[in-house]
Design a protein around this ligand. Structure first.
Ligand code: PCA
Length: 206
């Protein structure tokens, strides 16, 4: 039985829901997979600690992280995470420094500038497109908490020389929006995550 940790985020930025939390909540574990679901806070520091605690307790073979990318009209499979906490205030109203003075800083001083996802992103994209689900490869996961946890996981696995595949998928808004921003049906996003999980299991050489 392969163990996969799937993470999502709490709502943030005044939104009532986070599509990642809704979709992950509905995802069923593919056959041959023990799935652990984890909701992360949109807060610097706390998100990484919560992720690392879950990895230590569950010892997954793979980690699929998910979050919301408002404004996107397709599933975004992230190829790259960079070593940067952007100058963005979290849900506590704090920058990554823990203070209120605007600042950006590296996620880990001395770490590589970036890591590639260790999931087979192209294979996941092809599998989604085969079911007519709009999906793109993305070359920036942004500079906020999604990039932060994607980088944190990849950096930790690289440092510890652990063969745990890890990557990130960003989801569009879930509901039709008054502001006209693009959205996607929740059932479609849930199916997309199940397809991604199935591809991850196929790709695991355990
Ligand atoms: N999206 C944000 C943080 C949490 C989420 O769901 C991001 O893209 O960084």
């Amino acid at each position: 039985m392969k163990k996969i940790l799937i993470t999502c985020f709490e709502p943030f930025g005044g939104e009532k829901i986070n599509p990642s939390e809704e979709a992950v909540g509905k995802v069923s574990a593919p056959r041959g997979c023990e799935l652990k679901k984890l909701r992360l806070p949109v807060r610097w520091g706390e998100a990484q600690k919560s992720l690392f605690d879950a990895i230590d307790a569950f010892l997954p073979d793979a980690v699929l992280m998910t979050g919301q990318a408002g404004g996107s009209s397709a599933i975004r499979i992230e190829r790259v995470a960079m070593n940067l906490c952007g100058a963005i205030k979290d849900e506590n109203g704090l920058y990554a420094t823990g203070g209120t003075e605007e600042a950006e800083l590296p996620i880990r001083e001395g770490a590589p500038a970036a890591y590639f996802s260790t999931l087979d992103c192209k294979k996941i994209q092809n599998a989604l497109k085969a079911e007519d689900i709009p999906a793109v490869l993305s070359y920036s996961a942004g500079t906020y908490i999604c990039n932060y946890i994607m980088f944190s996981a990849l950096d930790r696995f690289a440092c510890e020389n652990r063969k745990i595949s890890a990557g990130f998928i960003h989801l569009p808004y879930a509901n039709c929006r008054k502001d006209g921003a693009p959205s996607m049906e929740l059932d479609v996003m849930t199916r997309a995550l199940e397809i991604a999980l199935a591809q991850i299991i196929l790709g695991e050489k355990l």
